[in-house]
Design a protein. Structure first.
Length: 221
């Protein structure tokens, strides 16, 4: 069972998400809160698997709460899926840099939100299709946020891990990577599990972000 905390300052939004997620047999909404500080407390107290986090909330905002839950200094990280009304670059990139594993707009289809919660809980991450191109293009010009540089990537990663990272950056699933490299899916997962700590990331999405930030891959490359 995937334990979910909903953080949003609008009661109607919280109620809608609770109904949407609550009907799924593998999802359990364990708490609803109205600000970021409450989200951090509830997620830790209730051992949440995912926090569905709004950005703009009174008190502690969603990006600050995300950094506390799953940023570089988080000792017991909890994955965060950002759900917001605002299609604003400041929020999008701020959330990704804070450590969020996913970012969706609230007008996403219910099935998309449900799938995103499962994906984030599994450590895969998710990003709205309409935002992907903007993310890639912006990351190429933004400062690097990870201490590892592209030059050291080949030193830190094995040849196979680097190969998997390149396929991951193309948007491939574990199954697709396995077929492309003639590997079992379990083997792909094992390589990912060893690779991500080396890069200082905690999800597939963050690994892809890291790859573009550090120019391990490039647009069209």
């Amino acid at each position: 069972m995937i334990r979910v905390v909903i953080a949003d300052d609008q009661p109607l939004v919280r109620a809608g998400l609770r109904v949407m997620l609550g009907v799924e047999p593998d999802l359990d909404v364990v708490a609803e809160v109205s600000d970021g500080a409450q989200a951090v407390q509830a997620a830790r107290r209730l051992h949440a698997d995912v926090v569905c986090m709004d950005v703009r909330m009174p008190g502690t905002d969603g990006i600050t709460a995300t950094r506390e839950l799953c940023g570089p200094g988080a000792l017991d990280p909890v994955p965060v899926l950002i759900l917001t009304t605002f299609d604003v670059d400041e929020y999008l990139f701020g959330a990704l840099e804070a450590g969020a594993s996913g970012f969706l707009l609230k007008d996403a289809e219910p099935a998309t939100v449900v799938d995103a919660v499962r994906s984030v809980a599994a450590g895969n991450g998710t990003l709205a299709d309409t935002l992907t191109k903007r993310v890639v293009e912006e990351l190429l010009t933004r400062r690097r946020t990870q201490p590892v540089t592209a030059a050291r990537a080949s030193e830190l990663l094995t040849a196979r891990e680097l190969e998997i990272l390149l396929h991951l950056a193309q948007g491939m699933s574990n199954e697709e990577i396995g077929r492309a490299l003639y590997l079992e899916v379990s083997t792909v997962k094992s390589h990912l599990a060893r690779m991500m700590p080396k890069l200082g990331v905690r999800s597939r999405l963050q690994a892809v972000v890291w790859a573009y930030q550090n120019r391990v891959v490039d647009v069209g490359g």
